[in-house]
Design a protein around this ligand. Structure first.
Ligand code: SF4
Length: 212
């Protein structure tokens, strides 16, 4: 599936509607979700986490074992690497929002299927609608393909800005890929420096009232 069409419109309806509802309600509704069979094998629903007013979202593929146990995204080895990359380019984790395409752990850490991504998409769509990000960072191939382009290659598209409607996408490697491919860390560092520049620009626009 693709969550966005070429014009940057969401292709699925949101789990809850804004501005009639708030993030807390979305979180409560998501945590009780049983819309697909992934919930049966998972300990809990792992909702996204972070700043909902900073207009930047990182989107991975799904929770792993550590995330499933702790109920938070990106807290295992890949999350720790993400923290180190953030620190290296001076991004504060609490100032960005981090989530996944699917909120329940796929068995054995396999990639989520497109049916599972589609089942979970109304939650992600609602997160996007509420946060209204300027910049979305797809972490890895699963997120990139299911967000904007089913044919996309992360190797070819990483580090490049892609505009869809009002959204700017900057795909980069998933940190778990970087754990397996040490030599690509330097390449990813380049991407994260671009992301940091975008965060600073958004901050500047927000402070001068040029962005809500
Ligand atoms: S993966 Fe998503 S759609 Fe499936 S049960 Fe979990 S929260 Fe619901």
């Amino acid at each position: 599936m693709m969550l966005f069409d070429r014009q940057g419109n969401l292709t699925v309806s949101c789990l809850i509607q804004y501005p009639d509802s708030d993030y807390q309600l979305l979180r409560e509704k998501a945590l009780e979700c049983k819309r697909c069979h992934l919930r049966e094998g998972a300990s809990q629903v792992v909702m996204g986490k972070g700043a909902i007013n900073k207009k930047i979202m990182f989107i991975g593929e799904g929770p792993g074992a550590d995330e499933d146990r702790r109920g938070e995204p990106f807290v295992g080895r890949a999350g720790q690497l993400l923290n180190r990359i953030f620190a290296a380019v001076n991004i504060k984790r609490e100032e960005v929002y981090i989530t996944n395409m699917v909120k329940c752990r796929p068995p054995g850490n396999r990639n989520p299927s497109s049916g599972e991504v589609a089942a979970c998409a109304p939650i992600l769509a609602a997160e996007i609608k509420l946060i209204d990000p300027k910049v979305i960072v797809p972490l890895g191939s699963v997120a990139l393909k299911n967000l904007i382009d089913e044919e996309a290659s992360i190797t070819r598209m990483r580090g490049k800005w892609i505009k869809r409607g009002k959204y700017f996408f900057l795909p980069t490697f998933h940190p778990s890929y970087l754990l397996r491919n040490e030599r690509m860390k330097k390449t990813a560092w380049y991407d994260f420096r671009l992301i940091k520049k975008a965060i600073d620009r958004i901050e500047e626009l927000q402070q001068t009232g040029q962005l809500d």
